[in-house]
Design a protein around this ligand. Structure first.
Ligand code: IPD
Ligand code: CA
Ligand code: CA
Length: 271
């Protein structure tokens, strides 16, 4: 495959992902704040709804029609193999706990991998009418409602004592035994907030927070953010500083704060 063909393929998949996330968002919003929304529990006791399952099915149907040879990994319906070297990583509703409480901080995440590398991503927050997206070499973008998309850019704060830190939940830090790291960050950062799930990473990619850290992540929670953060001038990495979606944790961070955060997070024993 030539580089040009590959760039065109990547653009086409990014446009497809934007459209699929838009359609998924419309579907999800038909359940949002509905008194009839029923909540089921998965094996791990986490909540799931008809909106989660239906939105993933919708995206899978679109993919089957357009890219039948691509592989898929989705939170609700698992893995299906492909032959093209491309894989879609889907989280139909990230922030289900916000969604079922009628809180608008949830989104649809679509990551696109080529030969195992995350190369494009879309995070659409339908209740906020925001979409953040990017692809390798094609920039990162932030669109609100029908306004023109603008460049998504991480902040330039480089001193943790001046920084705004966000995370999903304090319990997550406890569950993985990293309360000391949590306390060290919150004890140093200027502002700490629980603007969590995909919303926190979207805020980091657009410079509205300086760092978003989540100690508990699945591949579908973060695949979309690897290329978005990179193109926005920052990075998504695990607690050891590796760009991977498989470590079970990660942070979206600007360039100036990365080393200070990794110094705290990479050391399992020192805090
Ligand atoms: C959750 C979010 C959260 C992470 C949890 C995930 P869901 O996803 O991504 O940030 O800490 O581990 O389960 O269930 O809302 O899609
Ligand atoms: Ca998720
Ligand atoms: Ca989900």
């Amino acid at each position: 495959m030539t580089i040009e063909t590959s760039a065109a393929d990547l653009s086409a998949r990014l446009q497809f992902a934007l459209d699929a996330a838009r359609q998924a968002g419309e579907f999800i919003m038909s359940y949002y704040q509905s008194p009839e929304l029923s909540v089921d529990r998965k094996r791990d006791a986490s909540p799931v709804t008809e909106a989660d399952r239906g939105a993933e099915q919708l995206i899978r149907k679109l993919l089957a029609d357009r890219y039948p040879n691509d592989a898929i990994l989705g939170e609700e319906f698992g893995e299906s193999s492909g032959t093209s070297g491309w894989r879609w990583v889907l989280d139909p509703v990230d922030g289900t706990k916000s969604f079922i409480h009628g809180v608008p901080l949830f989104g649809t995440l679509i990551g696109v991998e080529q030969e195992g590398r995350p190369v494009a991503g879309v995070c659409r927050l339908p209740a906020l009418q925001e979409v953040i997206y990017g692809a390798d070499g094609q920039g990162a973008w932030w669109q609100v409602a029908n306004r023109d998309p603008r460049r998504a850019k991480v902040s330039d704060v480089s001193d943790l004592s001046q920084a705004t830190f966000s995370t999903t939940t304090i319990q997550g830090w406890k569950r993985v035994g990293r309360q000391a790291a949590f306390e060290r960050i919150t004890g140093t950062a200027a502002i700490s907030r629980g603007w969590g799930d995909c919303y926190g990473h979207a805020l980091a990619a657009t410079g509205r927070v300086d760092v978003m850290v989540d100690p508990l992540l699945n591949p579908w929670d973060c695949a979309a953010f690897v290329p978005i953060l990179k193109e926005a001038g920052g990075s998504f990495v695990d607690f050891k500083g590796v760009e991977t979606i498989y470590s079970g944790n990660g942070l979206s961070v600007n360039a100036g704060l990365k080393d200070a955060l990794l110094e705290i997070l990479s050391c399992d024993d020192c805090c």
